[in-house]
Design a protein around this ligand. Structure first.
Ligand code: AMP
Length: 394
């Protein structure tokens, strides 16, 4: 167990808090503030307990240079609205300079300062000096609450822990609890649902989960690579050439481990990769040469929903089809609905599946929606995340 903000004295201390304010922006406006809201419990706790908060985050990929379109200024404004108090934005093209140090030195208990985008500095993503030391000069305690970047060893996500006591915020604590309990001590039957486009991207997760789950559903684009491994023709469907052999190995491992493996029995196919293309449903072994699989079919939806109904723990990562196109989002929505109705611990592993669940208006029906797509995948692979490993143990 890692220490959290509750395990240390923060009153009167300058606390450097790494948040995940990597929010989507359009024309200088924040289009979705879920990530800012997710950071509020830790910020509010620290403020109420008399800490002086220096918040850090990255946004987008400015690639080590100051770029106006990636400034965190709009985040400071949104945060101030949500908290109902002042959030001072320490504007600086180099993130830490004398003017920022002056702002920080004048802080009193409960004050909140937000630094500029940490990725304005090229050292950030390489976890290099002098940036880590410059950040460290501002504070006395490091709190990491950015689960979305916890799988990266950057100055602001891990490097700071070498300089000062390091603990987690409530968001990381919650992510570790739900993802950790699901994988280590699941209520059974434990079902994993994997979708998305590439087998090779998710091979390690599937491999690791095959040692833990009772059943595994494969859907989305990666199913066609499994079909290919089974000797089916897949027409113009997406194929991950490098994944064919891996898919065979995974099927063998599922069999050896006694894991029930569910692969779509029918497939909605289209003549083109287009929402309005002509489409038909085929048995999975009968995809015509001129068509491509875009979604799971109705019989598969039923079979998957039945499996979901019987499970007690469900982890889902990756859409069942090209869910960005409404005509091919039905399978993904059906899985989201079945999970919402299930009497089970339901965990959404971030990214596209989280977006699909939000889109379907079912977010509040899930036990936990991870705020980190990449981080939750690496966690499910069984890897230790650098942004977590660097924190003090209880
Ligand atoms: P990933 O990034 O691997 O999780 O994959 C997510 C992407 O997979 C989404 O953008 C989906 O549109 C895409 N996808 C899902 N099913 C299919 C499919 N049958 N054909 C092509 N792309 C798909």
């Amino acid at each position: 167990m890692k220490k959290t903000v509750k395990d240390i004295e923060v009153k009167g201390k300058k606390v450097l808090v790494r948040c995940d304010f990597n929010v989507p922006m359009q024309d200088g406006k924040i289009t979705d503030d879920v990530r800012i809201r997710a950071a509020l419990p830790t910020i509010e706790y620290l403020k109420e307990n008399g800490a002086q908060l220096i918040l850090m985050s990255h946004m987008g990929r400015p690639k080590g240079e100051p770029k106006k379109e990636f400034t965190l200024a709009p985040v400071a404004q949104r945060l101030a609205e949500l908290l109902g108090c002042e959030v001072k934005f320490a504007q600086s093209d180099v993130v830490v300079d004398d003017s920022v140090k002056a702002i920080v030195s004048e802080m009193t208990d409960g004050d909140i300062v937000l630094l500029e985008n940490t990725r304005y500095r090229k050292e950030e993503t390489n976890n290099e000096e002098p940036f880590t030391g410059q950040l460290a000069s501002l504070g006395e305690i490091f709190v990491n609450d950015a689960f979305g970047t916890a799988h990266r060893a950057h100055c602001s996500t891990a490097g700071l822990a070498a300089y000062m006591p390091a603990v987690s915020g409530f968001l990381i604590e919650k992510e570790l609890k739900f993802l950790g309990d699901a994988v280590e001590d699941p209520a059974r039957p434990f079902l994993a649902i994997m979708g998305g486009s590439k087998v090779s991207d998710k091979i390690k997760v599937i491999d690791n989960l095959l040692d833990k789950v009772d059943a595994l559903i494969i859907g989305g684009g990666m199913a066609y690579t499994f079909y290919k491994a089974m000797g089916y023709e897949i027409g113009k469907s997406i194929l991950d050439e490098n994944g064919i052999e891996l898919a065979s190995q995974l099927m063998e491992k599922a069999n050896d481990n006694g894991v029930e493996l569910l692969i779509p029995v029918d497939t909605v196919c289209a003549t083109e990769f287009d929402n309005d293309a002509e489409s038909h449903t085929f048995r999975s072994s009968q995809i015509p040469p001129h068509m491509m699989g875009m979604d799971i079919g109705p019989d598969t939806q039923k079979a998957f929903a039945e499996e979901i109904k019987n499970a007690k723990t469900i982890v889902w990562n990756g859409p069942m089809g090209v869910f960005e196109m409404p005509n091919f989002a039905k399978g993904t929505n059906a899985v989201a609905r079945a999970m919402a109705e299930a009497d089970a611990v339901t965990i959404i592993g971030g990214g596209d599946s989280a977006a699909a669940v939000e889109q379907a208006g079912l977010a509040d029906k899930m036990t936990h929606i991870s705020t980190g797509g990449g981080a939750s995948l690496e966690f499910l692979e069984g890897k230790e995340l650098p942004g977590v490993a660097c924190l003090e143990d209880k």
